[in-house]
Design a protein around this ligand. Structure first.
Ligand code: ATP
Ligand code: MG
Length: 227
């Protein structure tokens, strides 16, 4: 079943001087439920822009996006918030953990917004820490964890509200290649064992090799979709 579809997606930025930057120039893409897709392409090709529009963090200039057959209404901020809270989890290049919260608290944080009772939050966070192999680090602050461990916590946090889709913008970009490989295989394991779809932007061939499909972008357009 098609999980995400974009139709004729365009995103441009205009500046007072009359300058216009076209970040996306007519992107038509379908992502199936349970698929692991990576976006590759040169810097500035539109990977993050496309990911952010799919993740309802940014809105297109024109074109349409469907999530599970429902058209995303980018003018309706409360529906965007509920899609982000219930359907989508995010992982970032720089981990973006809250520095004053330990691993357990970072994972509980998004559950708080979905009004999950505290005892259930802790139970779920413990399960997720075990899933990412950090069951013994729950009290550690981000500064007391390595980059790879911080990214594991961030993946656990992204899973907190049981999303069906995880979007990750260069998740291995700040990691050495060996650690990056482990993060890529953890994501693949979660994809295969828990059926969560993944869309990942990357410059990392190892990360791309993990995917079912590599979508290549150039100058805001899809130039190939290799399976
Ligand atoms: N807020 C913005 N205002 C103006 N132009 C922007 C903005 N965000 C992105 N762009 C432009 O849109 C184009 C696509 O940017 P995007 O960040 O999607 O590229 P990318 O493929 O993710 O690159 P990288 O590999 O460096 O992360 C670039 O030309 C960029 O300069
Ligand atoms: Mg980018």
């Amino acid at each position: 079943m098609t999980f995400i579809e974009t139709r004729d997606l365009e995103k441009y930025y205009t500046f007072g001087s009359g300058l216009r930057v076209d970040a996306l120039r007519g992107v038509n893409l379908k992502i199936e439920e349970g698929e692991f897709v990576s976006f590759m392409g040169p810097s500035g090709s539109g990977k993050s822009t496309l990911l952010n529009i799919i993740g309802c963090l940014d809105k297109p200039s024109s074109g349409r996006v469907f999530i599970e057959g429902n058209e995303v209404d980018y003018r309706n901020s409360s529906s965007l918030v509920s899609l982000r809270r219930q359907t989508i989890g995010f992982v970032f290049q720089a981990f973006n953990l809250i520095s004053t919260m330990n691993a357990m608290e970072n994972i509980c944080y998004p559950m708080h917004f979905n009004r999950i009772p505290t005892s259930r939050q802790k139970q779920r966070a413990t399960e997720l820490l075990n899933l990412v192999g950090l069951g013994d680090r729950m009290k550690h602050l981000p500064s007391e964890l390595s980059g790879g461990e911080q990214q594991r916590v961030a993946i656990a946090r992204a899973l907190a509200n049981s999303p069906r889709l995880i979007l990750a913008d260069e998740p291995t970009g700040n990691l050495d290649s060996e650690t990056g490989k482990k993060i890529a295989s953890l994501m693949r394991k979660i994809n295969q064992e828990h059926g969560v779809s993944f869309v990942v932007t990357t410059h990392d061939l190892e990360m791309a090799r993990t995917a079912d499909r590599v979508v290549k972008l150039k100058d805001g357009k899809i130039i190939s979709e290799a399976f």
